[in-house]
Ligand binder design. Structure first.
Ligand SMILES: [Zn+2]
Length: 394
């Protein structure tokens, strides 16, 4: 005999799946809720308007989306991998498999429209109109060069996970990007202040697959707080590990290599690279492509050659993931790195993602003066040398 309907709740399950929640509903922030084993809702994320969110779960685990303001139920799902979209017209669309949500273009009178501006191997490059096309092309070139010799299944996994690259305009802050809006005013864990004070780039991960980087870093402008390194290569390195190697044995191998490196005595354990396996991989990725001249954060491992000598195990993993091709960042960079001696003058104290910034001070907008000249790709180096860039529509 049963008393009413059985309560919906999660059951033990061995079958994993991924749910992608997309919020294309204007003015609505949704709470992403797991219905636990006792039937209680537990919040896993806040899904801001125009954001999407990937959740690893199991096929027998129910999930709900509720309006954060009213508490109204917007969607409920239990089952295999699917994309659950709150649509613009108020309906909810559920489709088996993972799908890229249609890009809803966001406009702002200060910066123009946020839209896809480029693409590399199926990975879209997004930016507002205020970002120079040279920065977009540079980002696409870097992604393409990093993955030129990578195993196809890694790229495939990244595309499937919804990997994107978004550029933070020189006169914008991190949370001006739609996918990072929900981080506005949120403190980073590492004492560097909120995300806008502490970051000009974040790595993509399954929860938020957007990798970001500042326009000024791509163009190597003197105002760049990270002028001794390329940040996209670091952040995209995180995305390669977290999206491209997700659930692959290579991800475990990185953890093993990190632990071995940590115990080896070959690194200064206080350096940023030794903080955890993620930074070990991301800093290692920068070294693999000679994309940094900093020595403080990596115990001096800032080139592929040095990495191969210092840490053959990590070099082997880099080769398995990226290949051992010829491209190095400085070959096609728009400008030379600032001499690394200068880097000791910077505030390197805290080197967590939040304060990799080094130059600590908050990015105030506008940080770069706007000049009028239109410039083509060929002139990028000259423009960087001239130390100004054009921000269309800014
Ligand atoms: Zn990092």
């Amino acid at each position: 005999m049963t008393k009413g309907r059985a309560k919906k709740r999660s059951r033990n399950s061995e079958a994993p799946c991924i749910l992608r929640f997309c919020n294309n509903r204007e003015g609505v922030t949704a709470r992403v809720l797991w219905v636990d084993f006792s039937g209680k809702e537990k919040e896993y994320a806040r899904l801001d308007e125009l954001c999407y969110y990937n959740q690893d779960t199991y096929v027998n685990h129910p999930w709900r989306l509720r309006d954060a303001a009213s508490g109204d139920l917007l969607a409920e799902y239990v089952g295999p991998t699917a994309t659950i979209t709150l649509q613009h017209d108020g309906s909810t669309h559920i489709e088996p498999g993972l799908h890229r949500p249609p890009l809803v273009e966001v406009s702002d009178p200060r910066w123009g429209t946020y839209r896809q501006r480029g693409e590399a191997l199926g990975i879209p490059i997004l930016a507002f109109d205020c970002v120079c096309q040279e920065a977009v092309e540079t980002a696409a070139h870097i992604v393409l060069s990093m993955l030129a010799d990578a195993d196809g299944s890694i790229v495939e996994s990244m595309v499937e996970a919804g990997a994107e690259v978004a550029i933070i305009g020189c006169n914008q802050v991190t949370t001006d990007l739609p996918m990072y809006r929900h981080l506005r005013g949120v403190d980073c864990e590492n004492g560097g202040g909120d995300y806008d004070k502490a970051t000009r780039g974040l790595g993509g991960n399954p929860g938020n697959p957007v990798t970001s980087c500042g326009e000024e870093n791509l163009l190597m402008l003197p105002e760049d707080r990270y002028r001794y390194e390329n940040i996209l290569i670091h952040e995209f390195g995180h995305a390669v590990m977290d999206l491209g190697l997700h659930d692959k044995p290579l991800q475990e191998s990185i953890v093993d290599a990190y632990q071995a490196a940590h115990a080896s005595g070959r690194y200064d354990l206080s350096c940023y690279m030794m903080e955890n396996e993620s930074e070990y991989w991301a800093e290692g990725t920068q070294a693999w492509f000679d994309a940094t001249v900093r020595e403080d954060v990596t115990s001096g491992v800032n080139t592929r050659h040095k990495l191969q000598e210092r840490d053959p195990k990590l070099a082997e993993l880099m080769t398995l993931v990226y290949g051992d091709g010829d491209w190095r960042y400085p070959q096609t960079a728009p400008h030379k790195f600032a001499p690394c001696e200068e880097s000791s003058e910077r505030q390197h104290g805290q080197q967590a993602e939040s304060s990799r910034s080094g130059a600590g001070a908050a990015m105030q907008r506008p940080m770069v003066q706007v000049v009028a000249a239109q410039h083509g790709k060929a002139a990028a180096a000259a423009v960087a040398a001239a130390s100004w860039l054009q921000c269309h529509g800014a």
